[in-house]
Design a binder for this molecule. Structure first.
Ligand SMILES: NC(=O)C[C@H](N)C(=O)O
Length: 375
C-alpha cells in the first residue's frame, strides 16, 4: 500500500489575535462530577477549543426563531453560557473561523486539521465547535488524516441557535468539554458529542434536518452522557479498516486544494448524460446509486468507459454497497469502479479525494475502500 505523503498547500494562519487562555482558579468546581480521573487543582487536563461557527455560534432575532438565524458568537461568548468548568479542566481556545458549515471549504478543512495537529502535543483533549450540516464530513476527514493517539478530538454543534428557548448549544458544549477531559475518552480518535450521545466521527451521519436528535449512527453510539457521568459502552476502539493518510504541508504553496470529486445522485430514468457532463471536469466521481449499487445498464456502461475512478455509493441511508454488485469484469486491468462499502456519498467523496491526492491507482483506491467492506 502506498503511504506517500499528500502534498498540500499551506494557508496563512491569522489567529494571533484570537488565542486566549482561561486561568484555572484556585478553588475546584463544585459540580465537577464528570470523569476526569487524576485531575487535581494543580494537574487538570488541558483542553483546546477550536471554534469554527455553526448554529451553536448563532443568534436569531427572537427566542422562538429556529431558522434563518446567523452566526454571531465567539468561543468566548459560548463559554460564558456554560457553568464554571475551571474545576474540570484548563481551557485555551482559538477562533479558527466563524461560519455556517456550508462554507467549510478545503482551505478551512485544512485549517481545522492544522489547528488540531498543532495542539496534539500540548493538550489532553481537543473540542471543535462546528455546524452540524457538514460536521460529519470534517470529523471523517480528521479521523482519516490524524492519528491522535490518546488525545480525544471531540466535535460538537447544536440544532438551535443560542437565542432560542431551550437552546441545546450550552449543554452540548459543556458535555463535549467534559468528554474531552475524561481519561475514559482516550484512544477513541475523533468523536462527536451531541444530544447526550457520543459517537465515532468516522461513521456518524446527520439524519434529521431539524430535530435535536439529528445525528444517527447505525454502527452504534459509543457512549452516553447523563448527569455529569460519561458511560462508554465499549473499551477504547477506533474504526476498523480506517486508512490513515498523511498530509504534508508544502511551504511554497498558498492555497490548500484537493483533486475535484463530484457526487451524482441517481433516480428513476437517470441517464449517462450526467456522466458526460462532469467526467471531463472532475478527477473522480461518486454516485449515490439506487439500492446497493444498482444503476441502469446504460449508465454502468458509461461508467466503465471512463478512465477515472467512480465510487458506487448509495442513496439509502443505511446498509452498504458490496463489491458483488459492481458491473463489469473486476479482474480487468484498469477496472475503475469501486464499491463504497458502508460509506455514504459525502464520506466516499472525501476518501476518494484523499486517495487521488496521493496518486493512488485504481487498485490501491479499491484497497482503501475495502477497509469499510467496499473496494
Ligand atoms: N445546526 C447547524 O449547525 C446547521 C448550520 N446550518 C450549520 O451547519 O452551520
Amino acid at each position: 500500500m502506498p503511504n506517500e505523503s499528500v502534498e498540500v498547500t499551506t494557508i496563512c494562519r491569522d489567529v494571533s489575535n484570537s488565542q486566549f487562555i482561561l486561568q484555572c482558579p484556585i478553588e475546584g468546581h463544585p459540580d465537577s462530577a464528570a470523569d476526569v480521573e487524576g485531575s487535581t487543582q494543580r494537574n487538570l487536563p488541558r483542553i483546546k477549543i477550536l471554534g469554527t461557527g455553526g448554529t451553536i455560534a448563532s443568534k436569531g432575532s427572537d427566542s422562538s426563531q429556529t431558522a434563518g438565524y446567523h452566526v454571531d458568537l465567539t468561543i468566548q461568548d459560548m463559554l460564558e453560557s456554560i457553568p464554571d468548568i475551571s474545576g474540570i479542566c484548563e481551557i485555551e481556545y482559538e477562533q479558527l473561523c466563524n461560519v455556517d458549515s456550508k462554507d467549510i471549504d478545503e482551505s478551512l478543512l485544512y485549517k481545522i486539521y492544522k489547528g488540531i495537529s498543532d495542539s496534539l502535543q500540548s493538550f489532553d483533549g481537543i473540542v471543535i465547535t462546528h455546524g452540524t450540516d457538514t460536521l460529519a464530513e470534517t470529523a471523517f476527514f480528521i479521523e482519516s488524516t490524524i492519528d491522535s493517539g490518546d488525545v480525544p478530538i471531540v466535535f460538537v454543534g447544536s440544532m438551535r441557535p443560542s437565542t432560542s428557548i431551550s437552546a441545546d448549544g450550552p449543554m452540548n458544549l459543556y458535555q463535549a468539554i467534559c468528554i474531552a477531559s475524561s481519561t475514559k475518552s482516550r484512544g477513541r480518535g475523533a468523536l462527536v458529542s451531541l444530544n447526550d450521545q457520543i459517537s465515532a466521527g468516522y461513521y456518524i451521519t446527520k439524519t434529521n434536518a431539524n430535530s435535536l436528535d439529528s445525528f444517527n449512527v447505525r454502527q452504534g453510539y459509543l457512549g452516553n452522557f447523563v448527569n455529569n457521568e460519561i458511560h462508554y459502552y465499549y473499551p477504547p476502539v477506533k474504526p476498523q479498516g480506517c486508512h490513515r493518510f498523511k498530509l504534508k504541508v508544502s511551504p511554497t504553496e498558498t492555497k490548500f486544494s484537493f483533486p475535484k470529486v463530484c457526487i451524482l445522485y441517481a433516480h428513476q430514468a437517470v441517464s449517462s448524460e450526467l456522466l458526460d457532463l462532469v467526467s471531463t471536469r472532475y478527477e473522480g466521481i461518486v454516485i449515490a446509486t439506487l439500492g446497493a449499487g444498482s444503476l441502469p445498464d446504460e449508465v454502468n456502461a458509461k461508467c466503465l468507459s471512463l478512465n477515472i475512478p467512480i465510487v458506487y455509493s448509495k442513496r439509502s441511508r443505511d446498509g452498504m454497497v458490496p463489491i458483488a454488485n459492481l458491473p463489469g469484469c473486476q479482474e480487468e486491468v484498469n477496472y475503475n469502479l469501486i464499491a463504497s462499502g458502508y460509506l455514504n456519498p459525502e464520506k466516499s467523496r472525501i476518501l476518494l479525494q484523499l486517495c487521488l491526492a496521493g496518486s493512488y491507482s485504481f487498485n490501491e483506491i479499491r484497497h482503501v475502500f475495502s477497509g469499510v467492506y467496499g473496494g
